[in-house]
Design a protein around this ligand. Structure first.
Ligand SMILES: Nc1nc2c(ncn2[C@@H]2O[C@H](COP(=O)(O)OP(=O)(O)OP(=O)(O)O)[C@@H](O)[C@H]2O)c(=O)[nH]1
Ligand SMILES: [Mg+2]
Length: 409
C-alpha cells in the first residue's frame, strides 16, 4: 500500500546543494560536485518524513511496519521526491539550462526551495568566499523564475484562447482555464479562490491583460504550491546571520536551517553501522572506535555547529515541515483487527497512510482502494472501539478498521 501519492519538488539555484539534499534524504547516490549545472536529468526517489509511531501510544512493544519503517518507535514514512537541474536568473529567457526542466515538477505538491545560506555561490552558481552573495536575492529570483515558468506555460496559448473566446468557441472560460492548468495538479476550486482574491470574475477571465494574468498565476501558485525554504550550508560560518535575515524577509514561508552535507555523511556512516542515528534525530552516537580521525573531527563539528544549535541537520525537519505543516497531512493507520491492531496477515500496524487533515473515513477507504469507498458500510475507531460513519473526520494517528460489503475490506 502506497503511504502517500505526494510529490516533493526540490528546486533552487544551481550549485546550492539540491542533489546533496536529495541524496541524503533518499540515500540514492547521485552526481554531486562543487560547480554549476551538475544535475541535468531529474533524480527521482523516496525520502522519509518522521512521526512517533502509534504503537508507542497504544503501549505495544513493537509493530510490523511494512509500507514504511519503524525504528525505535519512530515511524519513517516514505514520500516521493524529485531533484531537478538548477536555476540561474533569466532561466525563463534561456539562460543557464533554461527552465524546461521544471516541467517535470508540474505535479509537485510542495517545493523545497534550497538556498545557499552561506552566500558563497554567485547567482550563476560559481563558488566564491562565503558572505559575498545575499541569499535573500537568491530566493527572490528563484521564486520569480518559478512564476515565470508557470506564466510562460499558460501565456503561450493565451492569444489562441482569446481568439476562440472572441468567436464564441469558449462557453465556459473558467472551465477552459482550469483544463489548461490541470497538468499542474491545480483544481478549478483553487482557481476560483485566486480569482476571488484578485476580484476578477470568471466571465472576464479572457479579458484580462498579460500583467493581470501573471498576477493571477502567481496567486494560484501561492495557493496551490506551498514552499518551504531550506537554508542550506548552515554549517558554513556566517550563515547564521543570513538565516535571521531570510526569516525576517520571507515571513510567509517556513524556513528550515539545514546542512545537507552533514546529513549525507551521517546517513553513510549509519549504513556502515559506524554511528547510531535515526534520520531526523537531534544527536548521534559513535559506535566504532576505528572511525578515522578526519571523520571523527567532522562528526565533532556536525555535533557542535549543527545538531546542538539547530536540533538536527534539517533534512528530515524540512520534509516534515512540507508534509505535516504546509500540506497538512496526518498519519492514519488502517487495520483489520481492532483489538490486536493487525491486518489480514496478522501484522501489527503494517501500514500508515498520509491523508489531508479534514479527510473522512470514506476518504481513507478510497485511498486504500477505490472499490472500498463504494462498498463502504461503516468504520470502527480501534482506539475506543466505537463505530463511526463515512463522514467521520480523521484525527492524527487514528487507527481505523473499514467495514465494507461482501469480500471487500
Ligand atoms: N558546506 C556545505 N556544502 C554543501 C552542503 N550541501 C551541499 N554542499 C556542497 O555544495 C556543492 C554542490 O552540491 P550539489 O548537491 O551538487 O548542488 P546542486 O544544487 O544539486 O547543483 P546543480 O545540480 O549543479 O545545480 C557540493 O560541493 C556539495 O558538497 C552543505 O550543507 N554544507
Ligand atoms: Mg544537482
Amino acid at each position: 500500500m502506497e503511504p502517500t501519492d505526494t510529490l516533493i519538488g526540490v528546486v533552487g539555484k544551481t550549485n546550492v546543494g539540491k542533489s546533496t539534499f536529495f541524496s541524503a534524504a533518499t540515500e540514492i547516490e547521485v552526481p554531486i560536485e562543487n560547480r554549476p549545472f551538475v544535475t541535468i536529468e531529474p533524480n527521482v526517489g523516496i525520502g522519509y518524513a518522521r512521526r512517533k509511531c502509534v504503537h508507542i501510544e497504544l503501549g505495544l512493544p513493537k509493530c510490523d511496519a511494512s509500507n514504511s519503517v519503524c525504528e525505535n518507535g519512530e515511524r519513517l514514512i516514505p514520500v516521493k521526491m524529485m531533484d531537478v537541474a538548477g536555476l540561474v536568473p533569466g532561466a525563463h529567457q534561456g539562460r543557464g539550462l533554461g527552465n524546461k526542466f521544471l516541467d517535470d515538477l508540474r505535479r509537485a505538491d510542495v517545493f523545497l526551495l534550497i538556498v545557499d545560506s552561506s552566500g558563497s555561490t554567485s547567482p550563476e552558481g560559481v563558488v566564491t568566499r562565503p558572505g559575498t552573495y545575499d541569499p535573500v536575492d537568491e530566493i527572490k529570483f528563484v521564486v520569480d523564475e518559478i512564476d515565470e515558468w508557470i506564466y510562460q506555460s499558460v501565456e503561450k496559448d493565451w492569444d489562441k484562447f482569446l481568439k476562440q473566446y472572441a468567436i464564441g468557441a469558449i462557453k465556459d472560460p473558467l472551465e477552459e482555464f482550469s483544463q489548461r492548468l490541470s497538468g499542474f495538479g491545480i483544481l478549478k476550486e483553487q482557481i476560483e479562490v485566486a480569482l476571488d482574491h484578485l476580484k476578477i470574475s470568471s466571465n472576464e477571465l479572457f479579458k484580462i491583460n498579460k500583467q493581470d494574468l501573471k498576477n493571477l498565476l502567481k496567486e494560484i501558485r501561492r495557493l496551490t504550491k506551498p514552499m518551504v525554504i531550506v537554508a542550506n550550508k548552515i554549517d558554513i560560518p556566517g550563515s547564521e546571520k543570513n538565516l535571521e535575515k531570510i526569516k525576517n524577509t520571507f515571513k510567509e514561508y517556513p524556513v528550515i536551517p539545514a546542512s545537507a552535507a552533514a546529513e549525507l555523511l551521517l546517513r553513510k556512516l549509519r549504513k556502515k553501522k559506524a554511528i547510531e542515528y535515526i534520520p531526523g534525530d537531534q544527536e548521534f552516537k559513535i559506535n566504532q572506535i576505528e572511525i578515522d580521525s578526519k571523520t571523527k573531527s567532522a562528526l565533532e563539528l556536525i555535533k557542535q555547529n549543527i545538531m546542538e544549535k539547530y536540533k538536527g541537520t534539517g533534512v528530515v525537519q524540512a520534509i516534515n515541515e512540507a508534509l505535516f505543516n504546509s500540506l497538512k497531512l496526518i498519519p492514519v493507520y488502517p487495520v483489520e483487527d481492532i483489538n490486536k491492531y493487525t491486518d489480514k496477515k496478522n501484522r501489527i500496524l503494517p501500514d500508515v497512510i498520509l491523508i489531508r487533515k479534514g479527510s473522512t473515513a470514506r476518504d481513507l477507504a478510497s485511498k486504500i482502494h477505490s472499490d472500498l469507498a463504494k462498498t463502504f458500510l461503516y468504520a470502527i475507531n480501534a482506539k475506543n472501539k466505537q463505530r463511526i460513519g463515512a463522514g467521520y473526520l480523521l484525527n492524527e494517528n487514528d487507527v481505523i478498521k473499514i467495514v465494507a460489503t461482501a469480500g471487500k475490506g
